[in-house]
Write a protein that binds this ligand. Structure first.
Ligand code: GDP
Length: 337
């Protein structure tokens, strides 16, 4: 039986709207990086303790300096090129000396110089992509971009749908079944009412996770709901017609929660470029295509125009969600630019 509404005709690649990485909308990148002070939620450091050295965890980075967490103490010392929040390092009293191998990364191209990788966080178990029911509206296309970036970096994704208190009709969230069907956990919550926050916390306990999402979705509010001691600043969503939100966090910062969970807050963004993913590699990140793609007439089928494309057939038959297929084609176009 078909799963999704069958697509009448496959979307034409040439007609799909182009998503461009528009630096003009990336307010965050216009701001000089400033690290928000990591909060000590665990035992505060003893003021008499000498600066820790040895192995540590990078809690914040700004030009030239970084904050290293080790043995319950946060020290500030000289940074080194390529350092990212979440890095495990060897350091001494003056500087970070070595970055230890990374398990996972979450990165995107620097909007001002797309040839440079901008690491949002490293060594995370889970990337929590925070979205909101409305204000700003749910944008599955942006979720799909995040999912590609998350999978590329090796972490597991979780979709956190905030502002459930604004939900008018539960059917508005039917679109999220597409993600549940492909095995991605979806947690519905409201930072405003507290609904779903303990479910989210249960899922994350003991892990290192990074929270990321479009500005204004309530990412900081959700983090504060999880751990009020964080006291992250909350922004107002712009009242303009686009309700795009504005950026309150200006760079990534790591926070240790009392239960051992480590959370990394990242700047809110409006468009998410993909780092070092070729158009030909893209389908690997749309895992539900795979079993159909294996039967395409051409082994190197791009699923855009080829005869005998089983992926397009599956979309027409409702076995692959048309929305995901449209995302694949839009993202592919941007990668070809
Ligand atoms: P961020 O930019 O994603 O970090 O978003 P903020 O946490 O700064 O919140 C942006 C706006 O959304 C603020 O006006 C919050 O009060 C509001 N907000 C956050 N969470 C909720 C929620 O669960 N429900 C409602 N109705 N508003 C929320």
């Amino acid at each position: 039986m078909q799963k999704y509404r069958a697509a009448a005709a496959a979307p034409k690649a040439a007609r799909t709207p182009r998503l461009r990485l528009d630096t003009r909308t990336e307010d965050w990148d216009e701001i000089d990086p400033v690290v928000s002070e990591p909060k000590r939620v665990t035992a505060p450091p003893n003021p008499g303790t000498p600066t820790a050295t040895g192995e540590g965890l990078i809690a914040g980075v700004r030009p030239g300096v970084c904050q290293v967490y080790a043995q319950g103490v946060i020290s500030t010392c000289r940074s080194m090129p390529g350092l990212a929040v979440g890095d495990l390092v060897r350091f001494d009293t003056t500087a970070v000396r070595q970055i230890l191998p990374r398990r996972t990364t979450l990165s995107r191209p620097d909007p001002r110089n797309p040839r440079l990788e901008r690491l949002l966080a490293v060594n995370v178990d889970i990337v929590v992509n925070v979205v909101s029911v409305s204000s700003p509206p749910l944008r599955p296309g942006l979720i799909d971009r995040y999912l590609v970036a998350i999978r590329r970096g090796g972490a597991d994704p979780l979709i956190c749908v905030n502002k459930s208190d604004l939900l008018q009709d539960a059917r508005e969230l039917d679109i999220l079944d597409i993600y549940r069907d492909i095995g991605i956990p979806v947690v519905l919550c409201s930072a405003a009412t507290g609904a779903g926050i303990s479910d989210l916390m249960d899922t994350l306990t003991g892990l290192t996770c990074v929270f990321t999402g479009h500005s204004g979705v309530g990412k900081s509010s959700v983090l504060n709901a999880i751990c009020p001691a964080l006291a992250l600043p909350i922004g107002e969503v712009s009242s303009g017609a686009d309700r795009k939100g504005r950026h309150t966090t200006t760079s990534s910062s790591l926070h240790m929660l009392a239960n051992g969970t480590k959370v990394i807050d990242t700047p809110g963004i409006r468009q998410f470029g993909l780092w070092e993913i070729g158009a030909g590699d893209l389908q690997a990140y749309f895992q539900e295509f795979e079993r159909f793609a294996l039967r395409c007439t051409y082994a190197d089928c791009t699923h855009t125009h080829e005869p005998g494309c089983k992926v397009e057939e599956a979309v027409r038959a409702g076995d692959i969600a048309a929305e995901r297929f449209a995302s694949y084609r839009r993202i592919r176009e941007t990668l070809l630019e």
